[in-house]
Design a protein around this ligand. Structure first.
Ligand SMILES: NC(=O)c1ccc[n+]([C@@H]2O[C@H](COP(=O)([O-])OP(=O)(O)OC[C@H]3O[C@@H](n4cnc5c(N)ncnc54)[C@H](O)[C@@H]3O)[C@@H](O)[C@H]2O)c1
Length: 246
């Protein structure tokens, strides 16, 4: 599954799942633009990809803010060329009972997790239309498949990502662009480690008795980004260790 000659954007590539996606896509030959709010994280990932023999640039910026997205796209095109692969991975989470979710917290969550992918996709899809080839992979969440307590804003934002995936898959069905989503289950990343959950205790309750690894998600993304996945669109590739057989 070579991605040689392709340019990929990975939002939130500075750590966690996005970092693993950047590495796996680069290992398959893609030139990767690591977009992240955290400039140091983006540079760390890009430098590690280059050390491993790949091509990557760090593009610091907010993937949920229109002017920053436009600037990031301009830099990416100038340094790597038109973008063929987009992984909308940047996201955040929060744990709050529904009654405690403020309007601001709601807007922030939807802004980062759903408006972000809207803005970035809108910015980059013209490159794919011009090439007659594109791969969009959205990172959703198993919580939007099953529901989850004390995360209504997060679950709603990720449900929106699933809807966006299906809508764009249909809209671009005959344009050489596929649009799919990967809902991770419980993946051991800094995001999860920073939350209130005891990662090791939860991992022990998983069917496979372990949390997922960022690489587990990255390999699914690499497949969906490949030429070989050209007849797969609008689909869900769940990476959850059999936790939710849906
Ligand atoms: N870890 C899990 O168990 C899990 C489960 C389901 C879904 N997900 C989803 O996977 C994605 C990655 O999660 P993770 O666990 O690796 O998180 P993480 O917090 O470890 O990494 C996320 C990265 O995204 C960046 N980021 C956040 N907001 C951004 C913005 N507006 N613009 C640019 N960069 C931004 C952060 O700086 C960070 O480097 C998220 O969309 C998350 O919702 C994670």
């Amino acid at each position: 599954m070579s991605l040689q000659g392709k340019v990929a954007v990975v939002t939130g590539g500075g750590r966690g799942i996005g970092e693993a996606i950047a590495h796996v896509l680069a290992a398959r030959g893609a030139a990767v633009a690591v977009w992240d709010l955290d400039a140091a994280g983006a540079e760390k990932t890009a430098a590690a990809v280059r050390e491993a023999g790949g091509t990557a640039i760090a593009v610091p910026g907010d993937a949920a803010e229109a002017s920053a997205v436009a600037a990031a796209a301009t830099r990416t095109r100038a340094e790597l060329g038109p973008v063929g692969i987009l992984v909308n991975n940047a996201g955040t989470t929060a744990y709050q009972p529904f009654a405690d979710i403020s309007e601001d917290a709601w807007d922030r969550m939807i802004g980062i997790n759903l408006k972000g992918p809207f803005l970035v996709t809108k910015e980059l899809v013209p490159d794919m239309l011009a090439a007659g080839w594109g791969r969009i992979v959205n990172i959703s969440s198993s919580s939007a498949q099953t529901g989850a307590p004390a995360m209504a804003h997060y679950v709603a934002s990720k449900g929106g990502v699933i809807g966006l995936t299906r809508a764009l898959a249909v809209e671009y069905i005959d344009k050489g662009i596929t649009v799919n989503h990967v809902p991770p289950g419980f993946i051991d990343t800094p995001l999860v480690r920073q939350g209130p959950v005891d990662v090791d205790a939860v991992a022990a309750t998983m069917p496979m008795k372990r949390a997922g690894l960022p690489d587990d998600v990255a390999y699914a993304v690499a497949y969906l980004a490949s030429e070989e996945a050209s007849y797969v669109t609008g689909q869900t590739v769940s990476v959850n260790g059999g936790r939710h057989l849906v």
